[in-house]
Design a protein around this ligand. Structure first.
Ligand SMILES: *[C@@H]1O[C@H](CO)[C@@H](O)[C@H](O)[C@H]1NC(C)=O
Length: 336
């Protein structure tokens, strides 16, 4: 009883704090008074200050690219979002916190997020200094990197004001194809297949075999898309993070992001963030050569077999990610 009351009070407090939080999110970028003047005991400038300095001086080509992406995101948000509900603590779950460096990273699964978690662990000194030496399960272990949702509203606001916030996004359909392949198609996605594949088979297949019902191992891409578009899926709760829209995980119209990194330019964008973070020597682990082109081809092949009707509806579902992050409609899509 007491515990439940305590929890409710904590929630109420968090909701009150959310109003403040929204103000924090809307503050003009680089309000210098909010950034404080010392970092690491005054020895080093914070990543946010470094970005501010970069934007004041003669801009490098890369800084200019990132300024334009921020601008485009802001503009797209004001054009395409209506009245927004306030941020709730659970909206901040995907934003990871590095207090040592002053970084906020919103992770989007299927966009190099394992490597970003590795890099953040290496940066914070909680893992080996070479990110590649950190095993993937360790990088994903809950609690190793705190989430912004774990802090009180005042603590959240302080970090939102003073830290450099970044996220990495990817062409939405390429990301979706990658999620399908990794979680539902590949033999090592057994846990996901049992959890989601069996559901999809039961719900969408007229005469499922007992084997498919038990294992969920042979879900076709078209079935996966039908599941995503099925109204019952959304009614059951938010989409799984591997296929949930990036904007629904990171709320880029309500939180201010200083750097919008892209999977398509991962190496340059990661180097840019690491430079701001004062770790230009750290090499972001690179995907194997040719991996990106292969992922793009796979997405194109998967979507080619999908009817224009489903293509259109699916584009509708992921449209905000295309608009906010400036992705053009894939050439293979038949929208009319
Ligand atoms: C948006 O995308 C177009 C087409 O790919 C590109 O020319 C333009 O530079 C992009 N704008 C920004 C701000 O990234």
């Amino acid at each position: 009883m007491t515990r439940r009351y305590g929890r409710r009070r904590a929630l109420a407090a968090a909701c009150l704090g959310a109003a403040l939080l929204l103000l924090g999110a809307l503050r003009p970028a680089f309000e210098s008074s909010a950034m404080g003047t010392s970092w690491f005991g005054g020895k080093r400038r914070s990543p946010l200050q470094t970005l501010y300095d970069l934007d004041q001086g003669p801009r490098s080509a890369l800084a200019e690219v990132h300024r334009q992406r921020r601008e485009l995101l802001r503009h797209a948000c004001s054009r395409h979002t209506r009245r927004q509900h306030l941020l709730r603590p659970e909206d901040l779950q995907h934003v990871l916190v590095d207090d040592a460096r002053g970084l906020l990273y919103c992770y989007v699964p299927k966009v190099a997020c394992t490597n970003w978690k590795r890099v953040l662990l290496a940066l914070s000194g909680r893992g080996p200094s070479d990110p590649r030496a950190i095993p993937a399960p360790e990088a994903h272990a809950p609690g190793l990197l705190p989430s912004l949702a774990d802090f009180s509203p005042a603590e959240v606001n302080r970090r939102l004001r003073a830290y450099l916030a970044f996220l990495f996004v990817r062409e939405p359909f390429e990301r979706l194809a990658s999620a399908y392949r990794n979680k539902l198609q590949r033999p090592w996605g057994a846990a996901f297949q049992r959890r989601f594949g069996t559901d999809i088979v039961r719900r969408l297949r007229p005469r499922p075999s007992p084997d498919a019902l038990a294992r969920g191992h042979d879900v076709r891409f078209a079935e996966f898309l039908a599941y995503l578009l099925d109204p019952r899926t959304r009614r059951d709760g938010p989409l799984n993070e591997h296929w949930e829209r990036a904007h629904a995980l990171c709320h880029p119209c309500r939180l201010r992001y200083d750097v919008v990194g892209k999977f398509e330019t991962l190496a340059e964008d990661a180097a840019f963030v690491l430079g701001l973070a004062g770790a230009p020597g750290l090499r972001f682990p690179e995907p194997p050569p040719g991996a990106r082109a292969a992922a793009r081809d796979r997405a194109e092949r998967l979507f080619r077999d999908i009817s224009p009707f489903y293509q259109r509806r699916l584009f509708g579902l992921y449209k905000m990610d295309f608009l906010l992050f400036n992705y053009s409609v894939p050439s293979y899509l038949r929208l009319r």
